[in-house]
Design a protein around this ligand. Sequence first.
Ligand code: ZN
Length: 377
Amino acid sequence: MINKKMKDTFSSSASEKAPEIAQDKAAKGVDQSQAQEESELTANDEQTDLSDAQNSLASEQEKLNKKEMKKKAIADYCKKTDESFKKFRWGKSGCENYHWNFVRTSVKGDPLVWKTYGTKAPEGETTETTLIMCGVHGDEITPIKFCYDVLEYLEEVTKGKLKDPHTGKIASLDGKRVIVAPLVNPDSYFKKRPTRTNARGVDVNRNFPTKDFKKSAMKSWVNRYGKDKRRYPGVKAMSEPETVFQVNLIYRYQPNKIISVHAPLTMLDYDGPASEHMGGFVGSRANQLLIRMSEQAKGYRIKNYPFFTGSLGNYAGNERNIPTFTLELPSSNPAKSQAYWLLFKDSIHSAVMHEIKGEGFVALDREDTTYKDTRSN
Ligand SMILES: [Zn+2]
């Protein structure tokens, strides 16, 4: 039998306890190392020893139960994922074949899953870490399939089955780490009619704890968006588990770059250190990748879209100098998913292989490597 404590661990109300801690500290401007410790704490809370010394047997039982609960949560989640894939005529998702990580759940209790690939670089060398997230807005359908295509691609690379389109050599993830969170906002995606906002009506991409949140979030929601319900930031930064999930992935893995996939604005947007003189080395490398990704996708439009109070681009790119690329696919039409993946497959490959700080970077197609800022269009 599952006792109450066990149930609480998996109910959404329990999963919100950790966010509250993270939220308050983030609001006070907690430094990174502290925040990392705390994220390790929350990230490992599935492993937390619930027992005391006198009760280790009961504790073993609880651990077993917890494992079973997690297994069931994943099985249910994958079943729903497969149903949605069927609905959109995408074939099988393969969800149940992946070994997912998950710590917290969505507002409605679905696991917020991620998967990691690659191997760490040897001591003293930089591990290039790329975080890829999809499905932040549940009504943007194509990005979710896109992330499952990314997962399949990474499986191929891991098995040594993929040739680098440029060098012709077998691609490898040695010294690279890739983290994929294919569905950040399951509650809104799994609805009969998917919505942008999460189960509590919050736009998860306006709920990040940016410095201006307290001052501007509500104000800009009223003045800039005319109280548009689709862009409601929430009463407090990080009030939503789907936001905490993303923030903790950033603290836990310290990515060198982030790729967030949306639709349908048909552009590639970059937030982070500026190119050339202003941005120094990281900025140059990031902008080089930006151009490369566009070149490999038939000259996909690069646009300098503004960032917003509470958005990922502001939080990670602007405030933390983590190069953050927002790939806006051309539409949410599920029938187009295959075409989008084919269009961007090489761009994603470049994004994974391109090192922002290390030695290995993907060269531009053309001779000119001055990384001119072409973002003014
Ligand atoms: Zn979006």
